[in-house]
Design a protein around this ligand. Structure first.
Ligand code: PMP
Ligand code: GLU
Length: 428
């Protein structure tokens, strides 16, 4: 019999994915790589990836554990969970047991699972990192931006209070990230205390995203969990301060009051990623354990970043941008209102295109971080330089000497050139 070939059914895509594209941070990285492959000179201030190598102590541990082939416990390797709990005790003075820690393939994945596990409205201070809001959208969760004035990115507790008072009983999840991506800011302790008071009053659960905690320039990071222990989940990982973004490992630390959330996430993990790669978990123990090598590594990274970020902040500010003084990490979010009339640019998207076309600098528009499209701000990730060579040069500096502009020009190119070129846009 000559049967007519039937047409394959059309695959229907999940409607919640429509209108979403590849995450802005990852897309700009691929776009920059493609331009560089065409021979264009691009200063890559788009993707926020640590410029520094993974500490040698972790590399050695990874090599020694390459043979680890078994699936590990869903919640994570017990020795690693112990190391994470001790890390929080050491850095924050907060006591947790290994049973309160969950290890996942990057904190981004854990955040997604948290939003999947909890039927809660997501609250995000504007500006916030690019992926929180799309995750809520994919999962069909409601989300709300909490506004801030340009150049004052820390969440205002009164804004949170006013919003929560509108529907007092609604379950909510507030994501706070500090040192902040995209602004580099960190709230002062009294601000954290005030936010904690409001969150407690309205029973808002907080996910405290502390992935840049180890890069607080003065090593003074303070978790909001100190002020709101019963309602805060701490998120951390090895992607930023241990330079291991591509290793894909993050950790959540839960208060006992939120044990049911932890349990649900473990169930979800058991049906999704199973557990994080075994050799990576063994190696990550050495990121969280106290050791001389890591302390030295972090000290040098922080000193270099402090010098580079302060220098960049000053150059942009004196050129005419409005920039928050950074406290940690490697991001700045300059507001460049002065360029609106001068260059006839009306959106942050157009500003990024202008910078790419005219200065060769790849950056991300403020819109990707929840700012209004017509606000002329861009996120700069000051990471385009050879971090390994720069750390080696730092170690050659005489004791007590901090890197100056000449050092940065020599060892942090092309970032320094990129900042200078952006500053030059204000001249003339
Ligand atoms: N939070 C913030 C603020 C980030 O910048 C990133 C990007 N790495 C993440 C979370 C996710 O980090 P990872 O998944 O690599 O742990
Ligand atoms: N967090 C980094 C950034 O903001 C990139 C990694 C990612 O988005 O997953 O640029």
């Amino acid at each position: 019999m000559n049967e007519k070939a039937s047409q394959p059914p059309t695959i229907k895509l999940e409607p919640r994915l429509s209108g979403l594209a590849k995450s802005a941070t990852l897309a700009i990285n691929e776009q920059s790589q493609a331009l560089a492959a065409q021979g264009k000179q691009i200063v890559r201030l788009g993707l926020g990836q640590s410029p520094f190598p993974v500490p040698a102590v972790m590399l050695r541990a990874l090599q020694l554990n390459a043979h680890q082939k078994a699936y590990l416990a869903v919640q994570g390797l017990p020795e690693l969970r112990l190391a994470v709990s001790r890390y929080i005790e050491r850095t924050e003075g907060l006591h947790f047991t290994p049973e309160q820690v969950l290890i996942g393939p990057g904190s981004k994945e854990l955040l997604f699972h948290l939003q999947l596990a909890c039927d809660a409205e997501l609250l995000l201070p504007s500006p916030s990192w690019v992926s929180y809001a799309p995750q809520a959208r994919i999962l069909g969760r409601d989300m709300q931006w909490l506004p801030s004035e340009p150049g004052q990115p820390d969440l205002d507790p009164d804004v949170l209070d006013r919003y929560c008072r509108q529907q007092p009983a609604r379950p909510r999840l507030l994501v706070l990230n500090y040192p902040n991506n995209p602004s580099g800011s960190s709230p002062e302790p009294d601000r954290l205390q005030a936010i904690a008071n409001v969150a407690r009053k309205h029973h808002v659960m907080i996910l405290s995203d502390e992935i840049y905690s180890g890069l607080d320039f003065d090593n003074q990071h303070i978790s909001i969990a100190r002020y709101y222990p019963e309602g805060t989940i701490i998120s951390n990982g090895i992607s930023k301060w241990a330079g291991a973004g591509g290793w894909r490992l993050g950790a959540f630390i839960f208060p006992t009051t939120l044990e049911s959330v932890l349990r649900s996430m473990v169930t979800l993990a058991s049906e999704s990623f199973t557990s994080v790669s075994a050799p990576i978990q063994y190696a990550a123990i050495h990121a969280f354990n106290d050791n001389e090598e890591l302390r030295d590594y972090l000290d040098v990274c922080r000193r270099l970043l402090k010098a580079l970020m302060f220098w960049s902040w000053r150059i942009l500010e004196s050129a005419g941008a409005q920039v928050t003084r950074p406290r940690g990490g490697f991001y700045l979010l300059p507001h460049m209102e002065a360029l609106r009339d001068k260059l006839d640019i009306q959106s942050s998207q157009a500003l990024c295109q202008y910078l790419l076309d005219n200065t060769g600098v790849a950056a991300l528009p403020g819109t990707a971080f929840g700012r209004a499209p017509d606000e002329l701000c861009v996120r700069l990730a000051c990471v385009d330089f050879d971090g390994e060579a720069a750390l080696a040069a730092m170690r050659e500096l005489p004791i007590g000497t901090e890197p100056d502009a000449a050092f940065l020009l020599e060892h942090c190119q092309p970032t320094v050139h990129g900042i200078q070129r952006i500053a030059a846009c204000f001249q003339g």
